[in-house]
Design a protein around this ligand. Structure first.
Ligand code: NOJ
Ligand code: CA
Length: 518
């Protein structure tokens, strides 16, 4: 039976604001993306995920949606979206839209109505509550961006819940108008031709109905008081009915439309990734460079899958985490490790998500504080630097202002040093990060279908991981010195020119990976 297109697919995450700028105003936009779709096709991916491009005050760069049925004028128009989609489809690329159901912007019509008077019916679509005595928030929940999860409404007497920034009020999914509205939104984008959705904070929609305080407990290791993580405030069972409904809607369309949940905890995956709910959720590997930890994490993610053929959706990064090159050691070591990690994960059965710029080996940028824009930075008083450093615009052309992103200063500055990492520099070399990734994605495509879904670990020395999928073996050396392994076949790919097979032995230099074919 032919596989649905999304099984084993490779997705490329486009951070819209920073991908490509068509009108040279320093901000990425939809026409910019359309003009660069050949680059993405040539990379060898199957689909793109566009981060939110809706009208938005940009307090959380698009994750604060003011209107779910339109395009932010900074990014273009609905017609620009249609053109992007049409061109992507011509190039055989699928396009996922980011849907943000947990919260709206405080500039969304519903919230603006809600705060006009204490008896406005739209209040019930959010969580409003009376403060506790002495002006304390209604409960002790905290925002992921720092501080209390509640803020006083602008003029009225009550407070409202926001698990993220104060400009992102949480919707009350217990109110029937909310699920109804989101079904309309889902249909709107599917009717326009979108191939599916990445669902923002997918497990968070329903909050516990009693809005009870989280109990404080004493940490057994540190002795310090902390919130009891076993006391769930989100992830209520009612959320599954929402995704069953979305799946029924998606199933009405051909070719297949997909639902990708932003859910990282593998313990949740088995409840969401099901034939009648989500197609996939992220297996993000965000670990120190240690073979034992990586093996454990790969096993945990694979074991979390239920159902025939279900395999994890591997990912190394997204627009919320420190760039892999930096995380894994920075500089040439970090780059070598990041490439080895990519080859190791790309060899596994399952889907893969690549974050824009990781194909170029970009590093996290240490921006001056006065240029930082992330609400995480702003709401923690700078104690957390936030995510701007992984969101810096892409370098396209060596020797042009702002590495070819735009002629004017972009919304975040492109480091001078990125000139030599520009796309046009790397595209010409098979030994560049981009060159290696293109090769890996081409081989992956060539081998697809011929490889079994499963994998099995092979014996390997400490600090090295090796696995096989039928004829293919993948090995990754986490050590800072070279190792020799028995080679089973010929070398298909090596993450650096010193990887080699000689007289039945595979030589893996420090921090490198290889694919072999028997
Ligand atoms: C997850 C998104 O990836 C992140 O960028 C955003 O800040 C939060 N959800 C809130 O929407
Ligand atoms: Ca622009």
């Amino acid at each position: 039976m032919p596989q649905p297109w999304w099984r084993s697919a490779v997705f490329y995450e486009i951070y819209v604001r920073s991908f490509a700028d068509a009108n040279d105003d320093g901000i990425g936009d939809l026409p910019g993306i359309t003009s660069r779709l050949e680059y993405i096709r040539d990379l060898g991916v199957d689909a793109v995920w566009l981060t939110p491009f809706y009208p938005s005050p940009q307090k959380d760069h698009g994750y604060d949606v003011a209107d779910y049925f339109d395009v932010n004028p900074e990014y273009g128009t609905l017609e620009d979206f249609d053109r992007l989609l049409a061109r992507a489809h011509e190039l055989r690329l699928k396009v996922l839209v980011d849907i943000v159901p947990n919260h709206t912007s405080d500039q969304h019509e519903w919230f603006k109505a809600a705060v006009t008077s204490p008896d406005n019916p739209f209040r019930e679509r959010y969580h409003f509550a009376d403060p506790r005595p002495a002006g304390m928030p209604p409960n002790n929940w905290t925002s992921s961006f720092g501080g209390a999860a509640w803020s006083p409404e602008p003029k009225g007497p009550q407070w409202y819940l926001h698990l993220f920034a104060p400009e992102q009020p949480d919707l009350n999914w217990w109110h029937p108008a909310v699920p109804e509205e989101f079904e309309r939104i889902v249909k709107f984008w599917l009717d326009r031709g979108a191939d599916g959705f990445r669902i923002d904070v997918a497990a968070a929609l329903f909050k516990r109905r009693d809005l009870a305080d989280r109990p404080l407990i004493t940490d057994r290791v540190t002795g310090a008081a902390r919130f009891d993580s076993a006391f769930g405030i989100i992830d209520q069972p009612q959320v599954h009915a929402v995704y069953r409904r979305w799946r029924q809607i998606a199933n009405l369309y051909q070719p297949d439309r997909v639902l990708v949940g932003e859910i990282f905890d593998p313990r949740r995956h088995s409840r969401y990734i099901l034939p009648d709910q989500l197609h996939m959720a992220f297996a993000l590997i965000h670990l120190p460079w240690d073979a034992t930890l990586w093996k454990r994490s790969i096993d945990t993610s694979r074991r979390a899958m239920r159902g025939p053929g279900a395999e994890p959706t591997w990912t190394l990064a997204n627009h919320d985490v420190v760039r892999p090159v930096t995380r894994l050691g920075g500089g040439s070591t970090g780059r070598a490790r990041a490439l080895a990690a990519l080859l190791m994960l790309l060899g596994l059965p399952g889907q893969f998500f690549l974050y824009q710029g990781d194909e170029l080996g970009l590093e996290e940028v240490d921006l001056p504080d006065d240029l930082r824009q992330d609400p995480v930075f702003l709401h923690t008083g700078g104690s957390q630097k936030g995510r701007d450093g992984c969101r810096v615009p892409l370098p396209w052309h060596r020797g042009r202002p702002n590495a070819g992103f735009s002629t004017v200063a972009p919304w975040l500055p492109v480091p001078m040093a990125w000139d030599r990492l520009a796309v046009d520099v790397q595209a010409g070399s098979g030994e560049s990060m981009l060159g290696h990734l293109r090769k890996a994605l081409a081989e992956r495509k060539r081998l697809a279908g011929g490889l079994p879904q499963g994998m099995r670990w092979r014996p390997a020395p400490a600090g090295v991981l090796a696995y096989s999928r039928d004829r293919m073996t993948v090995a990754c050396n986490f050590l800072d010195r070279a190792v020799l392994l028995p080679a089973d076949g010929r070398l298909l790919l090596g993450s650096n020119p010193l990887v080699g097979v000689k007289r039945g032995a595979l030589r893996l230099p420090a921090n490198s990976a290889a694919w072999l074919l028997a």
